[in-house]
Design a protein around this ligand. Structure first.
Ligand code: BG6
Length: 450
């Protein structure tokens, strides 16, 4: 079978940084497919390759990478794409086309319209199977997500639609489920009887950089909170699924999301140099801090504190699960530290369990120490990148690492107050934590994990 991935947004940041390296790895692993990259920036394949493709890319990958100058607004665009695909298919009878939309959501409608024409034309020369892959954010809000989904479903059936959240391809996410559900000692303490609070911190040092055009329409809520962060929340708080199959996991994730009320306690800000070179003021939040709760029997009232955004002093991606401390009272010792599970995601994946053990040369004094798992030390540094795992699943037609439409709509519902917020957006100096993040901590009597 001939398989072609049609890469919309083929000269964009995502394609260059994440998708092409992942395609190269998959081709190296023996997967068979060609990539047809669509973009407006270059006039031909040669210029495309010499201008933006990594000089160290393998010759084998390059033989599978083609380019078509493509402007969706051009009347002749669809016909040109059809001609190109016909020439790539040659005389193959069975063809699979994978349309990968790394586009702004407002372009879906036009893209789908064109794709339907391509399908009809290709169907007349071969037996066609097809898939469509849609990048996050899926829509701009609840209403548009539902509308875009209806558009998708006019041309594709559910099993052909892959909605991306690359965090589901990350090792730490999959590890969360294994850690929680394959360990009785952890499973038994993972609920509101034992957990005091949870923090999710995703501080990034980079700014919006080359992605300003995309980001200024999106902002931090659509970029990471509606998707990556809420997916992490579901993995941290779902109940035991009947099995680790994608269907059973999705059932539990939806229950979690339905148990989260629209966010009430939040603040947002943008870094002060955002868009300075663009010649216009860009007023979109790049950082947010918020609190939410998952109101299920097992997790109700555990506060989940979240902070995430750009242009911070140091990269910090971690989850901190803090346990209740009854020992202090029982032992009459206020110095006994809380137990915690700390999942550090960046720069390397480690999971620490912090417990108290005896400090030498003291009389019954304890000190918090950590038992550490280090992914690279234990399993080697060759864990596949998230996008490689995600793309492999798409090629295999396996939907286990993709959020369902139910999850996506529930997530939009939860963040709606943040999207509709018209109040104050703090402007924070680069490399500093916005004031409101510290205020959230003060108000709720906790300290951000350092
Ligand atoms: C992307 C966001 O989805 O995730 C980016 O658009 C963000 O703004 C990125 O930086 C973080 O992903 P990762 O894999 O680098 O943790």
């Amino acid at each position: 079978m001939k398989r072609i991935i049609i890469q919309y947004g083929g000269t964009g940041d995502l394609a260059l940084k994440k998708l092409y390296p992942a395609y190269e790895k998959l081709i190296g692993k023996g997967f068979e497919f060609d990539i047809l990259s669509l973009g407006r920036r270059f006039k031909d394949r040669e210029t495309f390759i010499s201008s933006i493709i990594d000089k160290s890319a393998s010759p084998e990958f390059l033989t599978h990478l083609d380019y078509l100058p493509y402007d969706m607004a051009d009347q002749k665009a669809t016909a040109t794409l059809i001609d190109k695909l016909k020439s790539m298919v040659e005389d193959k009878k069975n063809v699979e086309l994978i349309y990968y939309l790394a586009l702004q959501p407002n372009l879906y409608e036009e893209a789908i319209h064109q794709i339907q024409e391509v399908d009809a034309s290709m169907n007349s020369i071969c037996t066609l199977t097809k898939k469509i892959v849609v990048e996050k954010p899926f829509g701009f809000d609840l209403e548009s997500a539902v509308r875009y989904n209806q558009i998708l479903e006019t041309a594709f059936v559910n099993r052909e639609i892959f909605r991306i959240d690359h965090y589901l391809g990350k090792e730490f996410m999959q590890n969360l489920l294994i850690m929680r559900f394959h360990n009785d000692i952890i499973r038994r303490i993972w609920d509101k009887d034992s957990i005091e609070s949870i923090q999710i911190i995703f501080d990034e040092t980079h700014g919006v950089d080359q992605r300003l055009g995309f980001y200024e329409k999106i902002g931090v809520v659509r970029d990471t909170i509606q998707n990556h962060i809420l997916q992490i929340v579901t993995y941290l708080t779902m109940n035991e699924p009947a099995s680790l199959s994608s269907e059973d996991i999705a059932i539990e994730k939806v229950k979690v999301l339905k148990a989260i009320s629209p966010v009430e306690e939040f603040s947002m800000g943008r870094y002060e140099s955002l868009g300075v070179n663009s010649g216009h003021v860009v007023d979109i939040p790049t950082y947010a801090a918020l609190k939410l709760c998952v109101n299920t029997y097992f997790f109700a009232n555990i506060p989940i504190y979240i902070r995430t955004g750009k242009m911070q002093g140091e990269p910090k991606s971690l989850i901190y699960v803090k346990f209740k401390n009854t020992t202090k009272e029982v032992m009459h010792d206020q110095d006994i530290a809380e137990n915690g599970v700390i999942i550090n995601i960046h720069p390397e994946l480690t999971i620490d369990i912090s417990v108290n053990l005896k400090q030498p040369n003291t009389s019954w004094k304890s000190k918090p120490v950590r038992f550490r798992f280090n992914q690279a030390e234990t399993f080697g540094a060759n864990t596949p990148e998230a996008y490689e795992q995600i793309l492999e699943k798409i090629l295999q037609g396996d939907k286990s690492l993709f959020p369902t439409m139910r999850e996506i709509t529930e997530s939009w519902r939860i963040v709606t107050p943040m999207l509709e917020h018209t109040g104050h957006t703090e402007v924070y100096p680069v490399r500093t934590l916005p004031r409101f993040a510290s205020e959230l901590a003060e108000k709720n009597h906790f300290e951000w994990y350092t």
